[in-house]
Design a protein around this ligand. Structure first.
Ligand code: FRU
Length: 922
């Protein structure tokens, strides 16, 4: 997905998240939850059940309210404890109908003190320490009862009053109102007041005990309908004929309630005492919601008797059925709410899915669009790549054809070389045998012969390599005894081994090992390995050839004690014409890669193990049997090895000329200049020494480390070095010598076969003075040597601090020359150092103070300090002449500690002060 489409997807996703959170807000509407506790004094009568039912009906409209209900069973202590429980539940408001006034007053106070509002319902407490009171005017009810009874018995007669619980406020108030009215009438009296504690059974028990007193009673007033019913039952039991008015309070609707009692004629009348449940809940919610409410709420009452009981019952029935309707509608509403809720969930899910599908749809559209774009681009790129591929194929075809053509051309040329070479070799062979020629120029004739053979060998190998390299080339293998084959190959090398003083041994594991090989090819491989060993082995070393069975293979090992190879060389020696930096002059040539190709064609393998200075082991493994060969690779029978000697001759460089045999042709020590020649090819070295010895004192060596040693010891006037020499390359020798103040001035000519510009630059970086590529003409080399030596002389005469020797014609011994060179170089190097002293020189050139003094005095006619001063002043005069430095700068550049001292000394030598000297010249 690219960045744009990713961003788009992010936006869509964010929209989706926003929508999701909006939906979740929509579905979680918050209510303010309220907890209302209701402490009921007793709960087992119809009036109280009606009160609770009213409350619950009202609460059903308020789902935000949690309602806790506890009833105390008519026990004040229990009720107190239950109030505590409700407080612990964390109620927000308490509704209490106190069992008795006094015992519950403090409890209500405690609740109020906690900041919890309290609604006192029905029965009162002492004082008005509550939030609201809901009840009826019980004094008034008592009065109404008194008045009603007075009328019924025409203000004459005795009345028994059955009161409620003595400590409860309705009992007290109703009694008060009732006696007030009765006492106003002379004909009326309250014959007896008994406590029925609001219960039918208590009433019956009390009246039972005093049933004789009922005999002349004219009316009974009970504070509630239950107690009125109890009184009636006792009256009927003892005086079944007696009919007197009995009235109660409550007029409850419901089966067996006060209305039924009146209706059934069980009691005469009942005064309505409202159950107050609905009012209590409404007032509670007003208080909790902070809305206005009335503190004192007293409902009125009416008398229900036979005259209105029917209507009242009907009304009550209607109200009840309405309540039922409300209930069922409420239930229905709840059910619908549930349905609505689940529908809302489904709707939410549908909306979410819709939004999701919209989001994913748009993502898919975006991705498809991007994909289409990408595909288009890809198709375009593919087309481009395809075109480029075709172009590349075409180009590589052309390149291959070009290479092939060049190789063919090169092969043809190589082929052409064979004829003239053969024509050179035949007369040379004749000349070598002819003593007349030999007496004239034996060395030169032999050099021509050796190098012609070498050239012929290179040409032959190139042709072989080319032949084998061509695809589809097949060897012609036949079964032969490999042991005798190898022995025959080694035989002719014994002569060379003797000459080079190398111990050559053949160590076969067994007499006969039959193997399938192409003798015309395998001999080339093995001869190359042998000649390679001869090239690297030193005089006094050894070459050992092992042959043995090795599982399903035969192994041929050629081990030499030669100079060995570095790891870098080992990795590359099988590359055609890889030239190791320190390999002998003709390097590894093409021979080793040809050997590898031949072994590969035999399905064998070739490996080399070598360490620098430790010699090398080449191991050839060939599979035994002929399973690995195709029919076409099984060829003619073994060809004879009759020309082995000839082959060996072409493979091994004739070691007749040894470096130690090379001598100067002219006497040494008489020439003006000396040369150091570093070359490991004996023929070339011999040639150079012979050509240059007439004019120069010639020192020579065949390797790098020795070249460095000789240069320091002899301090030649010029060095000629081949680049590829053992031990250290010519370039490395050059770098070392140019970095040493004792030899830095010696011009160096680097001889090399390398001609490309990169190699030239690396030669220059090594501070080579001249770069001569092989082949070269000796007269050109001579001219170059002369020019370089001459240049150095001119430079020397320009050089400010050159000191002439007392006698120009004095020929210095090499040792003196070296000492003088070291001494002057050390001084020159340190001219600017004003602390430089004799001890420093002794340390640098490694001789004693005394020796230095004597030598310098005898060679230069000066003391060491005079010499140093002389050189400082000469350099100063040069700098004044040629450089734009001021006097102060020159003072320090030539190692004077102060300009005034410099000035005085300079004037003493040159007759004028440095500044005068400078202005004269300019
Ligand atoms: C019910 C009841 C009623 C009476 C009221 C007084 O428990 O006894 O009959 O009117 O309580 O609080």
């Amino acid at each position: 997905m690219n960045t744009i489409s990713f961003n788009r997807s992010c936006i869509v996703l964010l929209l989706f998240l926003a929508l999701g959170s909006a939906m979740s807000c929509r579905s979680t509407k918050k209510y303010n939850k309220f907890t209302i506790g209701f402490s009921q004094c007793t709960g087992n009568d119809l009036w109280r059940r009606n009160m609770l039912a009213e409350m619950l009906t009202e609460l059903s409209l308020h789902p935000e309210v949690d309602f806790h209900y506890l009833e105390a069973g008519g026990n004040s202590a229990t009720q107190r404890a239950q109030v505590d429980t409700l407080i612990e539940k964390g109620i927000d408001l308490l509704v209490i109908s106190p069992n008795e006034a006094e015992p519950l007053t403090a409890t209500v106070q405690k609740v109020m003190n906690r900041g919890i509002p309290v609604i006192v319902i029905d029965r009162e407490i002492e004082g008005n320490g509550y939030t609201a009171f809901i009840g009826a005017d019980n004094v008034e009810i008592g009065k109404m009862a008194g008045q009603y009874l007075s009328q019924l018995i025409a203000n004459k007669g005795k009345i028994i009053e059955v009161t409620g619980l003595s400590g409860s406020s309705p009992a007290i108030d109703r009694s008060k109102g009732f006696s007030e009215v009765i006492n106003q009438s002379k004909g009326l009296s309250i014959a007896k007041t008994v406590y029925g504690d609001w219960m039918e059974d208590t009433t019956k028990n009390v009246l039972l005990k005093m049933h004789q007193q009922l005999h002349d009673v004219d009316a009974i007033f009970a504070h509630n309908d239950n107690m009125a019913l109890g009184a009636r039952k006792i009256l009927r039991k003892y005086y079944p004929e007696k009919r007197i008015p009995i009235i109660g309070v409550d007029a409850c609707f419901g089966e067996g309630g006060g209305l039924d009692m009146v209706y059934d004629g069980k009691i005469t009348a009942s005064l309505v005492y409202p159950t107050l449940g609905k009012e209590a809940i409404r007032t509670a919610l007003d208080i909790l919601k902070g809305q206005p409410f009335k503190k004192e709420n007293k409902l009125s009452s009416i008398v229900i008797d036979s005259t209105n009981v029917r209507v009242m019952k009907m009304q009550a029935a209607m109200i009840s059925s309405q309540k039922d309707d409300i209930y069922s509608q409420r239930k229905l509403l709840d059910e619908q709410k549930l349905v609505y809720k689940s529908q809302q969930v489904v709707l939410n899910i549908i909306i979410v899915l819709l939004v999701l599908s919209l989001i994913f749809g748009s993502i898919v559209v975006i991705l498809l669009r991007d994909n289409r774009k990408i595909n288009k681009n890809l198709a375009k790129k593919n087309l481009e790549i395809d075109t480029q591929r075709k172009q590349l194929i075409e180009m590589s075809k052309q390149a291959a054809a070009g290479t092939e053509a060049r190789l063919n051309f090169f092969t043809n040329i190589t082929h052409e070389l064979r004829t003239p070479l053969t024509l050179i070799l035949s007369p040379i062979e004749d000349m070598v045998k002819d003593t007349r020629f030999l007496s004239l120029a034996a060395d030169k004739i032999q050099t021509v012969q050796r190098n012609s053979i070498r050239l012929l060998n290179i040409v032959n190998q190139l042709l072989d390599f080319r032949k084998i390299e061509i695809e589809g080339y097949l060897i012609q293998a036949s079964p032969n005894n490999l042991v005798s084959f190898v022995r025959d190959l080694i035989e002719p090398f014994k002569v060379y081994a003797l000459k080079k003083q190398v111990q050559l041994s053949f160590v076969p594991g067994e007499k006969e090992i039959l193997a399938w090989f192409d003798s015309n090819m395998l001999d080339k491989a093995l001869l190359n390995l042998l000649s390679n060993a001869f090239k690297f082995v030193n005089t006094g070393g050894f070459i050992k050839v092992y042959i043995e069975r090795c599982g399903n293979d035969v192994s041929i090992q050629i081990k030499d004690s030669g100079i060995g190879m570095s790891e870098k060389d080992i990795a590359l020696i099988f590359d055609p014409y890889y030239q190791a930096d320190n390999s002998p002059s003709n390097g590894f040539g093409i021979g080793l890669s040809l050997a590898k190709e031949i072994i590969n064609k035999h399905k064998g393998e070739i490996k080399v193990a070598s360490m620098k200075g430790q010699g090398s082991i080449f191991t050839v493994k060939l599979p035994l049997g002929n399973q690995h060969l195709s029919d076409r690779e099984k060829g003619a029978i073994h060809t004879s090895l009759s020309k082995k000697d000839e082959k060996a001759t072409t493979y091994v460089i004739d070691p007749e000329i040894q470096v130690q045999d090379i001598k100067q042709t002219a006497p040494w020590g008489l020439k003006d200049h000396s040369l150091l020649i570093v070359e490991d090819n004996p023929d070339l070295l011999n040639y150079l020494v012979a050509e240059l010895s007439d004019e120069y004192d010639v020192f020579f060596t065949t390797n790098g480390p020795e070249a460095i040693r000789l240069a320091k010891e002899k301090v030649p006037d010029l060095i000629i070095t081949d680049n590829v020499i053992p031990g250290k390359s010519g370039k490395e020798v050059c770098k070392t010598l140019k970095g040493d103040f004792r030899t830095a001035h010696i011009p160096i000519i680097l001889l090399t076969a390398q001609t490309n510009s990169e190699q030239l630059v690396s030669g220059m970086n090594a501070l080579v003075d001249m770069y001569i590529t092989k082949p070269f003409l000796i007269k050109n080399l001579s001219a170059s040597i002369k020019a370089l030596i001459n240049n150095r002389k001119v430079l020397k005469s320009h050089f400010t601090s050159d000191i002439e020797l007392p006698n120009e014609n004095t020929k210095l011994s090499p040792l003196d020359k070296k000492l003088l060179n070291d001494f002057s170089s050390a001084v020159e190097e340190n001219l600017s150092n004003d602390q430089f002293c004799v001890d420093d020189i002794c340390r640098l050139i490694g001789i004693s103070r005394m020796h230095l003094y004597r030598k310098i005095k005898s060679l230069t006619g000066m003391t060491v300090n005079e010499y140093i001063l002389e050189r400082r002043l000469k350099k100063a005069s040069y700098l004044l002449k040629h450089e734009s430095l001021n006097v102060a700068e020159i003072t320090y550049a030539v190692g004077f500690s102060s300009p005034s001292y410099f000035s005085t000394t300079f004037k003493a030598k040159f007759g004028s002060s440095p500044s005068q000297y400078k202005s004269k010249i300019r």
